[in-house]
Design a protein around this ligand. Structure first.
Ligand SMILES: NC(=O)c1ccc[n+]([C@@H]2O[C@H](COP(=O)([O-])OP(=O)(O)OC[C@H]3O[C@@H](n4cnc5c(N)ncnc54)[C@H](OP(=O)(O)O)[C@@H]3O)[C@@H](O)[C@H]2O)c1
Length: 338
């Protein structure tokens, strides 16, 4: 009998998640039946949306999330042993799925896993990062919603994270002036010296208002927002008329115990500057996924797009990696490796 490990959501998050909010459980897996596939997760993605989505599910639900897994036993010829799949199995190590079952859960999953073919010279883990949900959020969110033109100024909050670091580099490929906002001097150094950002602001130690005036002297045309809250109100108050804002995330609000409004009312600024502000969920472009992956991998292979991973080792490190990512411990994409 094979035993799987999984982390469940043991109590409703109250502010910042803590170790006791997660409980390790064991599950005996049945013998494989016709059409069943047994996979072992190799990489887990830890993402901010888990902080928002888990409290909507019942306590004791398996933690949700994307994975790259390897097929280790298979009764389905579409999934040969040794192949890799993208999946949404969440925080579990071994999973049995059966694609022939109509939404019937096996291993707690009902989004059909799909085979990922390795791309030469790009690690498989990037399927959860620059070539996955976060890279595609950067690509489609920036290009489709903000339509940046050469020489325009783009400001990105959460700039040293998985989404933000890709947004800024795409901005540079499009010949824009790129200013990142991130939470440490080391993150700002990385953005400027290694990713070629024109400027970076350490929002924990600098006056953002003054820094933006100095570093975006022609005003801001595009704001790619990963953070929300007061920081975003300050950025938007320095935008040019007809600027475009992509609301990707609002991580500064995710750990708040109750809804709190910002000190700067944002609506009058949006009106006065005639801004176009649009929120998005990346799945909107699901049908164009392959187009985005092709473009992003082409830039990576040409050396125009760099990626960085903050990898924690071992299944047991999932809660720590998740809590750390929310605190800003990661540079680039936060991942857990088997
Ligand atoms: N709309 C979509 O479809 C979609 C898809 C993917 C992600 N997102 C959103 O995009 C944002 C970035 O996601 P990601 O996966 O790339 O995560 P990430 O940026 O790699 O990691 C989260 C980062 O958020 C920053 N942060 C945490 N608390 C903050 C606060 N109070 N104020 C400012 N920054 C804070 C931290 O960096 P610092 O050190 O800089 O503080 C931390 O490293 C999130 O809001 C996420 O929900 C949306």
């Amino acid at each position: 009998m094979v035993k799987a490990r999984k982390f469940v959501f043991a109590s409703i998050f109250d502010g910042e998640p803590k170790q006791s909010d997660f409980e390790l459980q064991f599950e005996e897996l049945p013998t494989l039946e016709d059409g069943d596939v047994l996979v072992e997760t190799i990489y887990w993605s830890v993402d901010p949306y888990m902080r928002v989505q888990m409290p909507k599910l019942p306590v004791n639900s398996t933690m949700i999330g994307e994975n790259i897994a390897r097929v280790i036993e298979s009764n389905d010829p579409k999934y040969p042993v040794g192949s890799y799949v993208w999946s949404f199995f969440g925080w579990r190590d071994l999973t049995i799925f059966n694609n022939n079952m109509d939404k019937k859960e096996k291993g707690g999953n009902h989004i059909p896993p799909y085979i990922v073919e390795p791309i030469a010279n790009i690690p498989l883990s990037q399927r959860l990062a620059s070539l996955g949900m976060t890279g595609l959020s950067a690509y489609f969110g920036l290009i489709e919603l903000c339509a940046p033109k050469a020489n325009e100024t783009i400001v990105i909050s959460g700039a040293a994270g998985a989404v933000g670091s890709i947004v800024g580099q795409i901005g540079k490929i499009l010949n824009c002036r790129v200013v990142g906002v991130a939470g440490s001097a080391e993150k700002c150094r990385w953005l400027k010296e290694e990713l070629n950002f024109d400027a970076a602001i350490d929002y924990k130690n600098e006056n953002i208002e003054e820094a933006l005036q100095r570093l975006a002297p022609n005003g801001i045309d595009v704001y790619f927002d990963n953070v929300g809250g007061e920081l975003s109100s300050i950025v938007m108050s320095q935008m040019n008329e007809f600027g475009r804002v992509a609301l990707c995330g609002a991580i500064s609000t995710y750990n708040l115990k109750s809804d709190r409004t910002t000190n700067i009312p944002i609506q009058p600024i949006i009106i006065a500057k005639q801004l176009k502000v649009e929120g998005f969920i990346v799945n909107r472009w699901f049908m164009r996924w392959e187009e985005g992956v092709a473009k992003l991998s082409q830039w990576i292979l040409a050396g125009q797009l760099k990626y960085r991973e903050t990898i924690s080792n071992g299944f047991d490190s999932l809660p720590t990696a998740f809590i750390g990512m929310l605190r800003g411990d990661n540079i680039g994409k936060a991942l857990v490796k088997k």
